[in-house]
Design a protein around this ligand. Structure first.
Ligand SMILES: [Zn+2]
Length: 612
C-alpha cells in the first residue's frame, strides 16, 4: 500500500483511470454464470448472458451470433431470447491459434479460474443452456367436456369489507362459455369476458350471503360457490394489535410494524408493536387498519393479532417536556396515554410529528434553559383526530428516533457532532456495511458481490481508522448477516454515519452496456448530502459513469438515527468492472471514494456549527 505525505493510505496515486483486463489462458471450458439451466427469464425480447471460457484466447458464438471474448476469458452477451417451444442457447467456444490471440501476459494467470468444465487442451467446447419464459397457462379447451380453472376464483375466502366497497367476482373459463352470477336474493348478474377472464364488480354487501357462479356452454354447465364476504358492521368495530414485522429485533426499541398505502405496497409507516388499531378490511393476506378518521392503510395480517377491544379509545396528548439527553440529543416527550399511529416528516431544521387518532390538549411544554438541540415546539389540531407537532431545531437535523415510554411518545432528536474541519473523521464512529450474503450478484468469471464488497470494506476500515475514526463492521466474515440486524448494529454503536457497500446488476431484459457505472442511494432527507458527497468521491476515484443519487426505500438506509447511504460503486456483471474489482487497486479506489465523501460531508458540518 502506498502512503501519501500525510500518512494516509492512497492506492493508486491518481483517481480514476481506465480499467484493464488481465490476460488469462487457462483450459478452455464454457461456464455460464447467468442464466442458470432452466432459468425463467422475464424479458420481452433480448436479455443478457454472462460467463467465462477460462481463456482469452478463444472465440465464442451463441446461437450462431459472434460474441466478444475479453482477455481474461469473460463474456457478456446481449442477445435475443431464443425462439421455439424449447428455447436454448447453444454456446460454441473455439480455441484460437497462439499467434491469433492476445500477445503478452498469457499464461501468467493460466488456470487461475480453471477447474471443472471441458478438458483444457480441447480445441472446441460447447454448452447447451435451456431457458424458459414465465409460464402462461394453456388455453382451456373450447370443445369437449367443460373445464373451468377453479383456482382463479375470486374473491378469496375470508375477505372482509365495508358493504359499499366494490368486490371483484371472477374466474377463468373457456372464452366461448357464458358465466352468470346468481346472488342469494335470486337476482343474477352476467360476467363480462376478456379472453378467458370473466369478471364483474359488485358492492360487498351483495356477497354477504352465498352466491353461485354458473358457467355454461352448449347445454353443459358447472356451478361454483362464491366465498362470502364479511361485511364490516360500523356498530361493532373490530380491532387488532400490531405485533412487529422485524423478528430479529423483537422486544427491542428497534422493533417496528410496517404499514403500507396499499396491500403489498411500499413501506410507509413504522409503528410501535403493541399499537391497537381498528381494522376495516381483510383482503387475502392483508389487513386494513384505520390510522385516524380520514386515513386507512394496510398491514400484513401475520403482523397483527386480534384485540379484545370493542370500542375506539380516545388518545389525548397533554402537557409535554423537552429534556436534553446525556449526549448529543434531546427528547420531546408528549404523554398520549396509548400508542398512536404516527408519521415523522423532516425538513432541514424541523421535524413534523403527526399523531393519528389523537386530540391535543397541550397547554404547556417545558424546556431546559439551554437545550442544545431544540429551539421551539408548536402544534396544530389539523383534523378532529389528527395532531401535528412541529419541532424546530437549532441546527440541521442529524437523526431521530421515535420511542414509546410507558404512555409517553418520545421523539429523540440528534444533533451533529463537533467536527474539526482539519480532521473531520477524528472521533467519528462509522458503520461500514459489506452487503450480502444472503443473496447478491455474481460477475462473469464468478466474482461474488458479497466477497468483493467485503474486500472493499476491509480496505476502507484502516483508512478510516488512520483518520481517527472508530469503525463498526457489520460483517467481517464470508457468512451471512441478516439485513435487519445491520442498521441495528449501527444504532446500538451510536454511529455517526452508516455506509453500505454493494455492487450493481441488472434485471432480466435490460441492456447492461447501456446503463452502468456508480450510484448512491439514501432514504431520509438528512442523508441526502452525505449521499451526494460520497457519490462525488466514487465518481472521481472509480472513474465510471455517474449514475447520480437516488431516493430509494431500501432496508438498510431506512434507519432514522444514523445518516445512512448505500453505494453501488460498480456493476459486477460488466466484465471490465468485475476484472477491476478483483484487484486491490480498484478495491482501494472504491474505498477512497467513500473515505473522501465522508470527509467532505463531516467537514461541511463544521462551519454551520461555528456560525451558530
Ligand atoms: Zn447488493
Amino acid at each position: 500500500m502506498r502512503l501519501a505525505s500525510d500518512g494516509r493510505a492512497i492506492w493508486p496515486a491518481a483517481p480514476g483511470g481506465p480499467l484493464a483486463f488481465p490476460s488469462v489462458d487457462g483450459p478452455l471450458s464454457v461456464r455460464v454464470v447467468y442464466p442458470q439451466p432452466g432459468q425463467v427469464i422475464g424479458a420481452r425480447d433480448s436479455t443478457f448472458i454472462l460467463g467465462s471460457l477460462g481463456t482469452g484466447r478463444a472465440s465464442l458464438t451463441i446461437n450462431g451470433a459472434s460474441v466478444s471474448v475479453n482477455p481474461n476469458g469473460s463474456f457478456l452477451a446481449w442477445l435475443p431470447f431464443p425462439p421455439g417451444p424449447k428455447p436454448a442457447y447453444e454456446l460454441v467456444a473455439t480455441r484460437l491459434p497462439v499467434d491469433a490471440g492476445q500477445s503478452g501476459g498469457a499464461g501468467a494467470q493460466a488456470g487461475a479460474q480453471s477447474g471443472g468444465g471441458t478438458a483444457g487442451t480441447a480445441a472446441t467446447a460447447r454448452m447447451t443452456l435451456t431457458v424458459s419464459r414465465p409460464a402462461v397457462p394453456a388455453p382451456l379447451p373450447e370443445s369437449g367436456p367443460l373445464v373451468v380453472d377453479r383456482s382463479t376464483l375470486v374473491p378469496a375466502a375470508g375477505s372482509r369489507l365495508r358493504g359499499d366497497e366494490p368486490v371483484q367476482v371472477g374466474v377463468r373459463a373457456p372464452s366461448n362459455a357464458k358465466v352468470t352470477l346468481r346472488l342469494a336474493d335470486g337476482s343474477t348478474r352476467a360476467l363480462s369476458a376478456r379472453g378467458e377472464a370473466f369478471r364483474v364488480d359488485l358492492p360487498a354487501r351483495l356477497l354477504a350471503r352465498t352466491a353461485r357462479m354458473v358457467v355454461s356452454r352448449n347445454g353443459e354447465s358447472a356451478t361454483i360457490s362464491v366465498p362470502t364476504v364479511e361485511v364490516v358492521d360500523p356498530d361493532a368495530p373490530k380491532f387488532v394489535v400490531l405485533k412487529g414485522s422485524n423478528a430479529e429485533v423483537k422486544g427491542d426499541t428497534d422493533a417496528v410494524t410496517i404499514v403500507r398505502p396499499t396491500p403489498g405496497g411500499t413501506y410507509k409507516w413504522f409503528l410501535f408493536p403493541g399499537t391497537v388499531l381498528e381494522t376495516t378490511a381483510t383482503r387475502g393476506a392483508w389487513t386494513r387498519v384505520r390510522l385516524d378518521d380520514a386515513l386507512e392503510a394496510w398491514v400484513e395480517t401475520k403482523d397483527t393479532e386480534p384485540s379484545a377491544r370493542t370500542a375506539p379509545v380516545r388518545r389525548v396528548a397533554v402537557n409535554g417536556r423537552v429534556t436534553p439527553g446525556a449526549a448529543r440529543w434531546s427528547d420531546v416527550r408528549i404523554p398520549v396515554g396509548e400508542r398512536p399511529a404516527f408519521a415523522v416528516q423532516e425538513s432541514a431544521r424541523a421535524l413534523r410529528l403527526t399523531l393519528h387518532g389523537v386530540i391535543s390538549n397541550i397547554d404547556i411544554i417545558n424546556f431546559a434553559t439551554n437545550d442544545p438541540v431544540i429551539r421551539d415546539v408548536t402544534w396544530a389540531q389539523v383534523a378532529s383526530d389528527r395532531v401535528e407537532i412541529n419541532v424546530h431545531l437549532r441546527t440541521d437535523l442529524y437523526g431521530y428516533l421515535a420511542l414509546w415510554d410507558a404512555g409517553t411518545f418520545v421523539l429523540r432528536v440528534r444533533r451533529a457532532p463537533e467536527v474539526d474541519p482539519a480532521r473531520p473523521l477524528a472521533g467519528r464512529v462509522i458503520a461500514v456495511d459489506a452487503g450480502h450474503p444472503p443473496i447478491g450478484s455474481t460477475g462473469p468469471t464468478g466474482l461474488y458481490e458479497g466477497d468483493a464488497v467485503l474486500a472493499v470494506a476491509e480496505a476502507l476500515r484502516p483508512m478510516l481508522e488512520r483518520e481517527g475514526a472508530t469503525v463498526v463492521m457489520t460483517r467481517t466474515a464470508p457468512g451471512p448477516v441478516a439485513l435487519g440486524a445491520r442498521p441495528v448494529a449501527a444504532r446500538r454503536a451510536d454511529a455517526d454515519a452508516f455506509v453500505s457497500i454493494h455492487l450493481n446488476a441488472h434485471p432480466d431484459g435490460v441492456n447492461p452496456y447501456r446503463t452502468n457505472g456508480s450510484g448512491t442511494y439514501y432514504f431520509h432527507a438528512h442523508s441526502a448530502d452525505l449521499a451526494r458527497d460520497v457519490q462525488r468521491g466514487l465518481v472521481k476515484w472509480m472513474g465510471l459513469r455517474d449514475l447520480g443519487v437516488n431516493y430509494d426505500n431500501l432496508a438498510v438506509v431506512r434507519q432514522t438515527w444514523v445518516p445512512a447511504i448505500l453505494c453501488e460503486g460498480a456493476f459486477v456483471i460488466l466484465p471490465d468492472q468485475e476484472a477491476a474489482l478483483r484487484t486491490p487497486e480498484f478495491q482501494s479506489r472504491y474505498a477512497i471514494g467513500i473515505l473522501e465523501g465522508l470527509e467532505d460531508w463531516f467537514r461541511s458540518l463544521a462551519p454551520v456549527r461555528a456560525g451558530r
